[in-house]
Design a binder for this molecule. Structure first.
Ligand code: KMH
Ligand code: ZN
Length: 305
């Protein structure tokens, strides 16, 4: 009987504090959110770092503080981002891997436009001066993931025993994964996160989810997979994943709602909702140790924090 891995993407680098009062910012807030998401049924947390004003940061002391806040509270698998934000260099983004040697880290498998600006048009008052320029700058930025950086990130993860979670935003990224498997840079079974509904990536429809999944099945011999989707598509796309045999990612990184027009007051609200749907479909959700076994992770005793 398969068990569904629920990932909670706790804070991300997409949303700004002015969009919701519930976005965790400090290491303590992120640690507490990890604990609440775990108690609600998450086995994995996907973690970005933010500075005290909520601006995405690659600062290793902040990542270390977050890691320790999570580890002292609960046994979840910690998946650190190497996606960071478009304001960071590739070197800044990947530095968390050798520093903290996590069990899991995101590895983005293609460059896309990753446009945040339209969200800014809906914000009436900004709490911080950095927010509007941050969102607006996305129309001139490319979320750059070249073959050189993908290979560097993959090698860095291999050297540190970190399993890459391969972020796929469009169908061509599956070709890239196949290329790096054939090159021996990525080892099967790979772990793919299909990301739908980013402005600049594949639209969040069930047809596209099926298209991605079927393309991966043709191109890649063996893989585990999960789905996350932006905004109102989060729960419908995750429900599609459950029906197709996939795992799911929810969290305030991807959506700040728990239902139409209602803010999620915590990542746990979204975890509870997708867990209920999974169980209504007769599925059980995985505990952290079960997720480690399914994904072949090295164990929480074997990290750098
Ligand atoms: N914030 C996005 C630019 C990841 O964590 O690897 C990249 C992102 C994906 O969130
Ligand atoms: Zn992320």
């Amino acid at each position: 009987m398969r068990k569904v891995i629920i990932t909670a993407a706790l804070t991300g680098a997409i949303h700004v504090p002015s969009q919701t009062p519930y976005l965790p910012i400090t290491p303590e807030q992120i640690g507490l959110e990890a604990e609440k998401a775990y108690q609600a049924g998450a086995a994995v947390v996907h973690v970005h770092a933010r500075d005290p004003e909520g601006r995405p940061t690659s600062d290793l002391a902040t990542f270390t503080a977050i890691a320790n806040e999570i580890k002292k509270r609960c046994p979840v698998v910690v998946c650190f981002t190497t996606g960071g934000s478009m304001a960071m260099t590739a070197a800044e983004r990947v530095a968390v891997v050798p520093a903290l040697k996590p069990e899991l880290a995101s590895l983005n498998t293609g460059s896309i436009n990753f446009v945040l600006a339209p969200m800014g048009e809906k914000i009436k008052a900004f709490k911080h001066a950095w927010e509007k320029p941050y969102l607006d700058s996305s129309v001139d930025a490319i979320f750059a993931n070249t073959y050189r950086s993908i290979e560097l990130f993959a090698e860095t993860m291999r050297e540190n025993g970190t399993r890459p979670e391969l972020e796929v935003y469009d169908v061509g990224h599956i070709n890239t994964i196949r290329y790096f498997i054939e090159k021996g840079v990525l080892k099967t079974p790979v772990y793919i996160q299909f990301v739908l509904g980013i402005l600049g990536g594949i639209p969040a429809t069930l047809q596209n989810l099926l298209f991605l999944y079927e393309t991966a099945r043709v191109q890649i011999s063996e893989f585990h997979w999960s789905v996350c989707a932006a905004g109102k598509s989060q729960i419908p796309m995750c429900t599609g994943a459950l029906l197709l045999g996939g795992n799911v990612r929810v969290g305030l990184e991807d959506s700040f709602y728990v239902e139409r027009g209602k803010f999620a007051t915590s990542n746990a609200d979204q975890v509870k909702k997708i867990k209920l749907i999974a169980e209504a479909l007769g599925l059980e959700t995985a505990a952290p140790e079960e997720a480690r076994s399914i994904l072949g992770l090295k164990g929480s005793w074997n990290v750098g924090f």
